[in-house]
Design a protein around this ligand. Structure first.
Ligand code: G5P
Ligand code: MG
Length: 222
């Protein structure tokens, strides 16, 4: 098994539903990085009715981005707690302003930025069948990754739900926001020579390529 020797710091970029959460879970399992999903962080704040959750909810439900200032503080606070550990940021940064804010931090030096390039037509179909366990961030799909008991989380047995922003109109808004605001982040990291892109329609096909890329990176940089 490939165990982490060097501390890996990575970012996962991709359109809504491109499989960021799915692939991040596998990287966490195989490389021992802490998976930090900005979306899960926000949804837990909404669930627990915190002040951040109250401010963020209306943006999330419409499919718009939460303001940069709020995101930079929220994710920054968690990174503070992860000093000395390997991590994988899923869904952050997703504007150039957020990427620049991350670059100003002394404790952050990103090794690799993984871009999942999945066609929008594939995504729209997938998202209709997604079910989630919000407290843990566990993701299911009625065919690709079904729960053992329909409608229930495998570990807690609690009821699964569908995300408010997985309604078709919110999904279309999210894809538009991705095109306008997140695609420039891909170019930002390409110009830093940190970007590696994986194109396809199936996570199980992309995954072995991503895994061997990280294995190779760790071998070369240890
Ligand atoms: P999130 O939570 O970051 P998105 O929109 O970026 O949300 P999302 O929807 O979580 O991304 P994903 O993680 O890329 O998608 O995809 P996934 O959940 O792994 O896979 C999607 C579904 O497809 C699942 O059901 C999975 O099982 C299935 N699947 C995976 N692979 C395959 C496959 O090969 N085949 C099939 N058939 N199915 C598959 O952000 C949410 C909101 O929070 C705010 C924004 O409002 C955002 O819209 N937010 C931020 N705002 C500002 N700045 C930030 N940095 C923000 N971060 C979050
Ligand atoms: Mg996700």
């Amino acid at each position: 098994m490939s165990r982490l020797v060097r501390i890996l710091r990575a970012v996962m970029i991709g359109a809504p539903g491109s499989g960021k959460g799915t692939i991040s879970g596998r990287l966490e399992r195989d490389f021992g990085v802490v998976h930090l999903s900005s979306g899960d962080l926000l949804r837990n704040n909404v669930l627990n009715r915190t002040e951040v959750g109250r401010q963020a909810e209306e943006f999330i439900d419409k499919g718009d981005l939460v303001p940069d200032e709020l995101m930079v503080i929220l994710v920054g606070n968690v990174l503070e707690e992860l000093q000395g550990k390997g991590w994988l940021l899923d869904g952050f940064p997703r504007t150039v302003a957020q990427a620049e804010a991350l670059d100003t931090r002394q404790d952050v030096d990103i090794d690799i930025v993984i871009n999942l390039d999945v066609p929008f037509s594939t995504i729209v179909e997938r998202i209709k069948q997604r079910w989630v366990h919000t407290p843990s961030g566990r993701i299911y799909h009625t065919e690709f990754n079904p729960p053992k008991t329909p409608g229930r989380d495998d570990f807690t047995g609690e009821l699964l739900s569908q995300r408010a922003d997985d309604r078709p109109e919110a999904v279309m808004e999210r894809l538009g926001v991705y095109d306008r605001l997140t695609k420039p982040v891909i170019e930002y990291y390409r110009s830093q020579s940190k970007l590696v892109q994986f194109s396809g329609t199936e996570s199980n096909v992309l995954w072995p390529h991503i895994k061997s890329h990280i294995d190779e990176f760790l071998k070369t940089n240890n």
